[in-house]
Design a protein around this ligand. Structure first.
Ligand SMILES: Cc1cc2nc3c(=O)[nH]c(=O)nc-3n(C[C@H](O)[C@H](O)[C@H](O)COP(=O)(O)OP(=O)(O)OC[C@H]3O[C@@H](n4cnc5c(N)ncnc54)[C@H](O)[C@@H]3O)c2cc1C
Length: 328
């Protein structure tokens, strides 16, 4: 076993520089325009796809790396460029993680490439968990999935809220409840293929920040998907639900969330949360750098304001906390 180290290896250093150069040369110059327009920055994402930064290969490199630092390192640079465009480039990864975290290898091979498309024909994915009354509390989802055995189809009904790429994505991954009594253990994830009837975009949210990223409601009105779109397969879901029911009945005092089996939304969040921390880090680093430059160029009382101890201390505290956060 190799010793654990937080030092970046050669590959990671190269990726860090590559993404930083893209953030500086392509994202930063475009950021203001797309933030003002509050629209999905297609040309920038297409350019990211052309150089291989948006696509399955990069995702596999990032998720496949041994110590897990490649993805956070790349994400920090992207969000240093601009949070909205960074999110537009990274949003599909959440759907891809939802598929690979819950699906079979065959399902992953079928659907993840469809989330990204190709460099010449870019596609998007969306991961739909949150609902108006279920944000942090994922166990309270109300979107229902009912199995229609005669047609081997699942029927999805409900409304998802705050979904990145919601309604404009080609592939929507939807987490829904099959057995509400079992909380998150009674939930499953479904792929909704492109063009499926009954899925539509609800309101698009206007936000105070991250505005180049598209965030919207997703309405599911009798959405029918083939049985093979249940991630992980029916046999596995049936076994998971049976185990959860046994536990619940057996102990009497056990809560629904104690039941056996993987919770589909949590499995995805576990894989992607370090990258969410890195998003905040990139934003904080950019804010610090802007503040530092401003403090050096802004003059008051005949000298740059950074010459005042209170300003210099504030900046020193900012960079100390940013560096400490990165070590988390
Ligand atoms: C820009 C953006 C993009 C998003 N994209 C997606 C997406 O692609 N897919 C998706 O499914 N969702 C998405 N979301 C939704 C996001 O996942 C939820 O906003 C998040 O889960 C929090 O849920 P909530 O907003 O309902 O807050 P709540 O759950 O209502 O929480 C409100 C506050 O209470 C705190 N809190 C809640 N419970 C506890 C507790 N037990 N202990 C202590 N504190 C607690 C929370 O930390 C938070 O500060 C997105 C949100 C935003 C803003």
């Amino acid at each position: 076993m190799t010793d654990f180290s937080l030092n970046l290896n050669e590959d990671q250093l190269q990726i860090q520089k590559w993404v930083h150069d893209f953030a500086e040369g392509v994202i930063r110059p475009a950021a203001h325009e797309w933030d003002e327009r509050e629209e999905f920055p297609w040309p920038v994402v297409q350019e990211a796809a052309q150089i291989g930064l948006y696509g399955v290969d990069f995702l596999m490199t990032a998720f496949g790396d041994e110590n897990g630092l490649t993805l956070p390192v790349a994400v920090e640079e992207l969000f240093w460029g601009d949070a909205g465009i960074g999110m537009a480039i990274m949003g599909t990864a959440l759907a891809a993680a939802g598929i690979s975290g819950n699906g079979t290898p065959e399902q992953t091979m079928e659907w993840v490439p469809q989330c990204y498309g190709t460099a010449d024909d870019v596609k998007l994915g969306a991961f739909c968990v949150s609902e108006p009354d279920a944000g942090s509390d994922v166990s309270s989802l109300r979107t229902k999935a009912v199995y229609d055995e005669a047609n081997d189809e699942w029927v999805l009904n409900g409304t998802k809220a705050w979904i990145t790429n919601g309604g404009i994505a080609d592939i929507h991954v939807v987490v829904a409840t099959v057995d509400p009594d079992l909380g998150s253990r009674g939930q499953a994830s479904f792929v909704v293929p492109p063009g499926t009837k009954g899925l539509s975009q609800g309101q698009k949210y206007l936000k105070h920040g991250i505005r180049a990223s598209h965030t919207a409601e997703v309405v599911l009105d009798d959405v029918r998907v083939p049985g093979r779109c249940l991630l992980g397969g029916k046999e596995k879901l049936d076994a998971k639900i049976a185990r959860a029911k046994e536990r619940l009945a057996g102990t009497g005092s056990a809560t629904a969330s104690d039941g056996g089996g993987k919770q589909p939304a949590m499995a995805t969040f576990e894989a992607t949360r370090p990258a969410v921390g890195a998003q905040a880090l990139g934003i904080a680093r950019a804010a610090y750098e802007y503040a530092l430059e401003y403090a050096k160029e802004r003059h008051a009382f005949g000298r740059p304001i950074i010459m005042n101890q209170s300003i210099a201390f504030k900046l020193a505290n900012m960079i100390t906390e940013i560096d400490a956060s990165r070590l988390l």
